[in-house]
Design a protein around this ligand. Structure first.
Ligand code: SF4
Length: 224
């Protein structure tokens, strides 16, 4: 776990799973892959196996040892709802988040339908508690369906990350979504973000802000 992070919308990262596989064009220049693959083959390095999916049970209890409340991005180096992460392991991650309830957790996924199914199984007719935020990434209109999934999720706090924003997201009803993050792509080969895409993403029916975004700019918006 990293006690600090350059990510602007969180305080810390916690990675009980690392590694992933690409499922969408928002993954093309995945930072986690780029970082992990630098160390493939380095004996003894935590990323000796590069970006291959790896469960890290030894990290499951880490947030319990952080006494100071933090906003924690869960699995910045993976996707918790990847199909190869066994359900009992996801249960253990949620067990920790529920026990260490002085933190705020930000669980962000591109596997929105699997997240919805998991939450339904865990919470039934109830909801994840408000200190566990559930969110989806949306990079273009094609993948805006993830917002529809999120709206049905058994979550008390819901957020959308329009980052990296690669095209217009079209018209999306963001009612019921609590937070949005908007940002361009960064790193080698980064694709530019058109200003109108970002403005379009934040001028949805809930009437978000009008600040002009730039490439690689991250905007955090509290929607409700
Ligand atoms: S889902 Fe996230 S972690 Fe996985 S490859 Fe795509 S961008 Fe990377």
């Amino acid at each position: 776990m990293a006690s600090t992070t350059p990510i602007e919308w969180t305080d810390a990262t916690w990675n009980p799973v690392t590694g992933c596989t690409k499922i969408t064009r928002g993954c093309d220049f995945c930072y986690a892959e780029r970082f992990s693959e630098r160390f493939r083959g380095v004996p003894g390095h935590p990323f000796e196996n590069g970006f291959d999916l790896k469960l890290r049970p030894e990290r499951l209890a880490q947030p319990l040892s952080w006494r100071q409340p933090r906003r924690i991005f869960v699995n910045s180096m993976s996707d918790l709802f990847h199909k190869e992460v066994p359900r009992p392991f996801i249960d253990s991650v949620f067990d920790t988040m529920e026990a260490a309830d002085w933190h705020t957790y930000q669980v962000l996924t591109k596997r929105s339908s699997l997240m919805v199914r998991y939450l339904r199984g865990r919470y039934g007719a109830g909801k994840a508690p408000p200190h566990i935020w559930l969110g989806v990434s949306v990079e273009d209109a094609k993948n805006a369906v993830r917002v529809k999934h999120l709206k049905t999720a058994a979550a008390s706090v819901k957020f959308v990350s329009f980052e990296p924003l690669l095209a217009t997201v079209g018209k999306i009803d963001l009612k019921g979504i609590d937070w949005a993050i908007v940002g361009g792509e960064s790193g080698p080969g980064a694709r530019p973000m058109a200003e109108e895409w970002a403005i379009g993403a934040i001028e949805q029916p809930w009437g978000g802000g009008t600040r002009k975004p730039r490439d690689q700019d991250v905007i955090r918006l509290k929607l409700s």
